[in-house]
Design a protein around this ligand. Structure first.
Ligand SMILES: O=C(O)CCC(=O)C(=O)O
Ligand SMILES: [Fe+2]
Length: 341
C-alpha cells in the first residue's frame, strides 16, 4: 500500500484475499472512498484492446451512433450535452459522449438489450466486450467480498458474513450494473466551461471500476479527508511485480454502499476537469467504466456489522422504510437526465 504527494489515493494489492488486504481496502473506502487496486486480472493487452474498440466506436458517424440513443433505462448512446451530472450546479450538459450497456447478464457477458450492430459485425469486437464485462463483474465481487471481511459482517443462518453483499447479486438477474465507454474530446480553450468535462456527482451503484490512460488525466475527487479537490493521477502498471498486467484500476464507492453502511463507506463526489497540461495539448480523454449494482430487488437494509450498528440516524439506519436498489437508482437517473420522477 503506497500513497505519495502526487497520488492522494492508496494502492491496494488484492492478489490475496485475507484480513490484511480487506483492512487496507476497507480503510481506503471509509476515508477517501477512492483507491487504486493492483493484482487484478486485466492484462495490458486487454485494456489496450478495449480502449481501441471504444475509440473506433466513437469515430463512427454521428447519425449511426444516435440510432442507438440512450433510453429511460440508461442504456444506449448519450450524445454531447445530453447528460448533466450536476443539474443543480451546471446549466448545460457535459461536453462528452458515452455508450452505456445496461441490463447485463454476467453469465453471457452481454446486455439483454440491443447494442449497436457494429459490435457483432466482427466477432473479435464482441469477444472484447464479453471478456471485459465478465472480468469487471468478477473483480467487483472480489472487492465486495473483501469489504465484507473488512466490515466484519456477521454470519447469519442463511449467509456467511463475507458473502453478505454477494448474496444480493445473482449473475443473471436484472440489476442496474452498467458498462460504459466515455469520450471527452480535447478542446484547446481555457474557458472554465470547456475545462469541466463531467459535472460533480457521486456514483449510484455499490462500487465503480475505471480505467484511464496516460496523458489523458482529468478525474478529480472532492476529498472527504482533505475537504478539497484532488486530482487522481494516472498510475502506470507495475510491470516488475505484475508482468504483462495493466495499470492499477481506479475503484470508488457509490451511493448504495454508502447508504447500506450508514455513511461509513464514502461515496465521494468527483468530476472530470482537464488539467492545464491536457487542455493545452488538446488531447482527448477516454475512460472505460463499470458500475456494479446489486439485483434490482435487493433491499438496502443496514449491513449487520458492529462498525455500522454504532452509527445512528444515517443512511439505512435512519429510514424507517427499506427501499430497493431499483427504487434508489430510478430516483438518481431522473435527476441526471431531467426525466420526471
Ligand atoms: O471519465 C471519468 O473519469 C469519470 C466518469 C464518471 O465519473 C462517471 O461516468 O460516473
Ligand atoms: Fe462517476
Amino acid at each position: 500500500m503506497t500513497q505519495t504527494d502526487s497520488n492522494p489515493l492508496q494502492i491496494v494489492d488484492i492478489t490475496t484475499v485475507n484480513q490484511e488486504t480487506a483492512d487496507q481496502l476497507f480503510g481506503a473506502a471509509r476515508t477517501q472512498g477512492f483507491l487504486f487496486l493492483e493484482g487484478h486480472e486485466f492484462t495490458q493487452e486487454e485494456i489496450d484492446s478495449v480502449f481501441d474498440l471504444s475509440k473506433q466506436f466513437f469515430e463512427l458517424p454521428h447519425s449511426y451512433k444516435t440510432k442507438y440513443s440512450i433510453d429511460s433505462s440508461n442504456h444506449g448512446y448519450a450524445d454531447f450535452g445530453g447528460e448533466n451530472l450536476d443539474p443543480t450546479g451546471q446549466k448545460k450538459g457535459d461536453p462528452k459522449e458515452a455508450l452505456n450497456m445496461c441490463l447485463l447478464n454476467f453469465l453471457t457477458g452481454l446486455s439483454e438489450k440491443e447494442i449497436p450492430d457494429w459490435f457483432a459485425e466482427d466477432p473479435k469486437r464482441l469477444e472484447i466486450i464479453i471478456s471485459t464485462i465478465k472480468k469487471f463483474y468478477a473483480l467487483s465481487m472480489k472487492i465486495l467480498r473483501l469489504l465484507a471481511i473488512g466490515l466484519k459482517i456477521e454470519d447469519t443462518d442463511e449467509t456467511k458474513g463475507e458473502d453478505w453483499f454477494a448474496s444480493k447479486y445473482a449473475a443473471d438477474k436484472e440489476s442496474g450494473s452498467t458498462f460504459r465507454f466515455l469520450h471527452y474530446p480535447g478542446q484547446k480553450s481555457l474557458s472554465p466551461e470547456s475545462v469541466i468535462r463531467a459535472g460533480a456527482h457521486t456514483d449510484y451503484g455499490s462500487v465503480t471500476l475505471l480505467f484511464q490512460q496516460e496523458n489523458q488525466e482529468g478525474l478529480e475527487i472532492y476529498s472527504p479527508v482533505e475537504k478539497k479537490w484532488q486530482a487522481v493521477p494516472f498510475v502506470p502498471a507495475n510491470t516488475d511485480k505484475f508482468p504483462g498486467m495493466g495499470p492499477p484500476i481506479v475503484v470508488n464507492i457509490g451511493d448504495l454502499l454508502s447508504y447500506w453502511t450508514a455513511g461509513l463507506l464514502k461515496s465521494t463526489i468527483h468530476r472530470v476537469k482537464f488539467p492545464a497540461k491536457v487542455q493545452e495539448t488538446g488531447q482527448d480523454r477516454y475512460s472505460i467504466v463499470f458500475f456494479s449494482h446489486p439485483n434490482d430487488e435487493a433491499l438496502l437494509e443496514p449491513v449487520p456489522s458492529e462498525f455500522v450498528k454504532s452509527i445512528e440516524g444515517r443512511g439505512a439506519n435512519k429510514d424507517s422504510e427499506v427501499i430497493t436498489a431499483k427504487q434508489h437508482l430510478d430516483s438518481r437517473l431522473a435527476a441526471t437526465y431531467g426525466w420526471k420522477k
